[in-house]
Design a protein around this ligand. Sequence first.
Ligand code: NDP
Ligand code: 2IT
Length: 467
Amino acid sequence: MMLVRGSEPVPKHGKLPPMTELHPALQSAYDTVLSRNGGEAEFHQAVHEVLESLNPVVRRHPQYADRAILERICEPERQIIFRVPWSDDRGRIHINRAFRVEFNSALGPYKGGLRFHPSVYLGIIKFLGFEQTFKNALTGLPIGGGKGGSDFDPKGRSDGEVMRFCQSLMTELYRHIGEYTDVPAGDIGVGGREIGYLFGQYKRITNRYESGVLTGKGIGWGGSLVRTEATGYGLVYFLQQMLGTKKASLDGRRVVVSGSGNVAVHAIEKAQELGATVLACSDSAGYVVDHKGIDLALLREIKVAKRGRIAEYAARRGADAEYVPGGSIWNVPCEVALPCATQNELTEADAAALIQSGVIAVAEGANMPCTPDAIRAFQSAGVLYAPGKAANAGGVATSALEMQQNAGRDSWSFDYTDKRLGEIMVAVHERCAAAAADYGQPGNYAMGANISGFVHVADAMMAQGLI
Ligand code: NDP
Ligand code: 2IT
């Protein structure tokens, strides 16, 4: 069986760290993942990171190596791949590929977003579904893990084209999902507009107003207040907890946030509210630095309302702001870094630049944005580091609150829902911190998140028999 070590060229984007010796049961599970999922670099990376954290767990509790729990937890319960035909505004026909990976249902119905981005392939959806399983467990709410999406590129597409694509996708997806089965939501490229079109088509096909089948719905038709803001707000709530352990706060801090989508915009909003100056943000083409602090109203107008490019921000803002095409946003000096764009966007070299500039905390709004080498660099430099599966769990947690409201045919106020989100993020932080301390690594949130999430899911799987 293949062993991944040091510089072997396994992942496409992130280099794996020098391998800690894995317990034989973990090694065997990892070997199986490598041999079964050839070429799926991001999935290998996500699995490796979790298994590495489990060494002390399997040593202390050998029962986790029994009954193939490790192999089962790394193998999705179901993987669905289908064709999505649609026609553009000029009548040309396009065929996309779509996925739904129903990873683990030990704790509840599969739950996780849909991503529309040209880079989507099975390996990305599997990595996201795997991460989601542990993230959802960390929330303490009754949700299993799943993820889906398509290689459809929404950029430059009209509303009509996006609608036809969503309708065609749902024409197949509807038979696999349901309030008690699998509950999709948004992710990159999927926001309120897309959820609306998807919900409409589901309702039309099934002739059921089944609110709980999707989350991230509009406020007037079954959506929850705070869901739009939840991932970014929750990220900052987690960050506050983490800084609190060092008696530090966000007030007066210089913050850099990558991305300028749903997660980034709301992280910026909350960080600014708490007294931070957000100096820079980005999109896939480049980044802007604004020495006076990002003007959030302008950013929203350009990126959210007009779905435009961030270059326009600097052009409109004048002398205070500068646009850097390409390049790395992590060269902008700051005390707090919040990667909120995509996987493997923050490399070892970026981590070195951040450490050099005096970064004290890094919290992941995106899923797996830091490469394994970057994480290792932060941890060895004593930088507080929060993994996405903990720090960005506020989004899916608020989706679970949306499901609760739908099930009770109720709707809660903004303040009440935000308070619940805040409490959940405090609890997520506590679970990570407690597990890390219990296994002799206080402050190692990556290890704590992986251990706490794993134990919760594995215990439920053991109780439910060999399924
Ligand atoms: P959006 O589509 O709203 O925004 C994505 C942002 O990231 C955009 O600024 C986009 O730039 C940029 N981006 C996307 N792909 C790339 C890429 N390959 N390289 C560089 N930049 C890129 O998505 P979200 O804000 O919802 O998601 C951002 C991250 O947060 C993802 O990792 C997602 O999985 C994660 N997440 C999202 C949650 C949610 O509730 N939405 C919950 C938890 C995690 P451009 O505008 O140029 O496309
Ligand atoms: O990565 C994530 O947690 C999300 N995209 C949100 C999933 C959800 O079901 O709300």
